[in-house]
Write a protein that binds this ligand. Structure first.
Ligand SMILES: Cc1cc2nc3c(=O)[nH]c(=O)nc-3n(C[C@H](O)[C@H](O)[C@H](O)COP(=O)(O)OP(=O)(O)OC[C@H]3O[C@@H](n4cnc5c(N)ncnc54)[C@H](O)[C@@H]3O)c2cc1C
Ligand code: SF4
Length: 503
């Protein structure tokens, strides 16, 4: 029986992060493992609500009160089983999810108490299970005789592949990159997710019978016709990797101005030991990062670890409040608040409500400064109107500029042409209620369908698309399907209206 007074006895507490001066010396994750008594204490704060809003806040429908209570009593193995019932990869979400479940926790109503530390409990359950060796492969008892191809090995593709393989289908994952994991592999830095976590899961998936083919871009190395001919169904999970640029800003052509992903991918490859040096190195540089989201925060952490002299992060939007504005975002919705990531503790300056007017070059054609000015931003009829405030212009020194201003949906190219699919106005691939695109037998999930989003949504969509494919193939029984694809993908992602999305 859960402790209804636990939250009155214990405050919310998280383990201390590694000290900044130490963690800037390496690429390891910033959180050390938490002691067992702290995790059990924090799980005890859960009231096991009659209507657990945390559950609804999670796209996966994680059984949060159940595993909180199992952790409270120290029943770790059953807690891991409960966690895996709804989530294929809790070690990814436990580390990286912005936790809409915590924003929806009943304890947060009216700010009376702080929400349960759900993410902490989640990551500690799975880390203990992995360390104890209880996360074993679960191959299907018998094959279905059907073959499924998955294009893309991000969390959406991998979650779908695991669900389908466990249902008996022969699954092959085709990945364009040289390693598996999607954005988790070469987008997200190691200080947020060490890559061994991906490797462990890939080993499990391989032991469950999934075949992986890397360095194989569908549409280039393997045509869509070949893929469809060789498989009974195809899932496209190729992400939303078309980076947004700012081609009309004067000076954009100067050397030293890069897309954020060029910086992050090069750094991750260097950290992985694949490159001697990072191709875009912030060492000794004045860095300006344009963008206020998680990609920008990742560039900030990388720039400091590379040895930047100074880093400024510019956000076009005004500074959000530090706590939930109940009038604007009442509980249990996702609140618009200032999000401070561990990278922000490590240094750098943040400026809000400013926009770049010009990149200024030196005599060699290299950027030396950015001219910025204050702006006001309004939304009219769904469109963003940015108005510069005269007389507020100033220059910031910059010899490396990183553009972290979001993504314009999935990339165009031969895959879509060969499948006969077109991107929506927002750059996504639309599908019907059964996750099937306009191409028969071709399904879509994850960022490729919903636009740049979150890992938790990618896993949820991968699971749901797998359930639809299983039904399409006439598989026995049904697979769990936590979400539907009915979100209007023709509307532009709006971070203030939807669950957290990435920029
Ligand atoms: C820098 C950064 C930091 C982020 N941080 C967080 C975070 O902290 N928390 C969070 O929840 N979310 C975060 N996200 C978002 C999250 O990573 C994505 O929402 C998630 O990875 C989407 O999963 P996916 O499987 O749909 O696509 P992806 O992870 O993008 O994977 C798509 C895969 O498809 C492959 N591919 C593309 N085209 C082809 C082709 N033709 N043939 C074969 N393969 C192909 C790509 O190489 C890639 O591996 C971050 C995103 C970025 C960019
Ligand atoms: S809403 Fe909060 S207190 Fe209630 S069951 Fe969920 S985690 Fe526990």
């Amino acid at each position: 029986m859960p402790d209804p007074n636990g939250f009155l006895r214990y405050d919310r507490r998280l383990p201390a992060r590694r000290p900044v001066p130490l963690r800037l010396l390496d690429w390891r994750e910033v959180y050390p493992p938490a002691p067992e008594d702290l995790v059990r204490e924090q799980a005890t704060r859960c009231m096991d609500c009659g209507v657990p809003f945390c559950h609804d806040g999670c796209p996966l429908g994680n059984r949060i009160p159940d595993w909180n209570d199992l952790v409270r009593t120290g029943t770790w193995e059953l807690a891991a089983e409960s966690l895996h019932a709804t989530n294929n990869f809790p070690e990814f979400t436990g580390r990286l999810c912005p936790a809409p479940c915590e924003a929806a926790c009943v304890l947060g109503i009216g700010g009376a108490a702080e929400p349960v530390a759900i993410k902490l409990v989640e990551v500690e359950i799975i880390d203990r299970a992995l360390a104890a060796g209880t996360v074993r492969p679960r191959p299907a008892p018998e094959p279905s005789g059907k073959r499924v191809a998955v294009a893309g090995s991000g969390p959406a593709g991998l979650a779908a592949a695991q669900q389908l393989a466990r249902a008996g289908h022969a699954v092959t994952v085709y990945e364009r990159d040289d390693a598996l994991g999607g954005l988790l592999r070469y987008g997200i830095p190691d200080f947020k997710l060490e890559k061994r976590h991906i490797d462990i899961r890939v080993d499990q998936l391989a032991a469950e019978g999934i075949d992986f083919v890397t360095e194989c871009a569908v549409g280039v190395e393997l045509s869509m016709d070949e893929l469809r001919f060789g498989h009974d169904a195809v899932l496209l999970a190729c992400g939303a990797l078309a980076a947004r640029d700012t081609p009309d800003t004067p000076g954009r052509q100067l050397a030293g101005i890069h897309l954020a992903m060029e910086h992050l991918v090069g750094s991750n490859r260097h950290v992985a030991g694949l490159l001697d040096r990072p191709p875009i190195d912030a060492a000794g540089r004045h860095v300006v990062i344009i963008g206020g989201g998680d990609t920008a925060a990742d560039c900030l952490g990388v720039a400091h670890r590379q040895g930047a002299v100074g880093v400024a992060q510019l956000d076009i939007y005004p500074e959000p409040p530090s706590t939930r504005d109940e009038g604007r975002d009442p509980w249990p919705t996702w609140p618009w608040i200032l999000r401070n990531y561990p990278a922000h503790e490590e240094g750098g300056e943040r400026a809000f409500a400013v926009a770049v007017q010009e990149f200024i070059g030196d005599s060699t054609g290299h950027v030396r400064a950015v001219r910025i000015g204050e702006v006001s931003v309004q939304r009219r009829s769904g469109r963003r109107i940015v108005t510069p405030l005269p007389g507020t212009e100033r220059e910031l020194p910059a010899d490396l500029v990183l553009l972290a201003i979001g993504f314009d949906g999935t990339e165009g190219g031969p895959l879509l042409d060969q499948a006969g699919l077109v991107r929506t106005a927002s750059g996504m691939i639309a599908c019907g209620p059964d996750w099937q695109t306009d191409a028969p037998g071709v399904f879509v999930a994850g960022d490729m369908r919903r636009g740049a989003s979150l890992i938790v949504w990618a896993i949820a969509e991968g699971r749901a698309a797998a359930a639809a494919i299983h039904e399409y193939l006439g598989g026995a029984g049904s697979l769990p399907s936590p979400v539907t694809p009915m979100l209007d993908t023709s509307a532009p992602p709006d971070r203030s209206l939807r669950l957290p999305s990435m920029a």
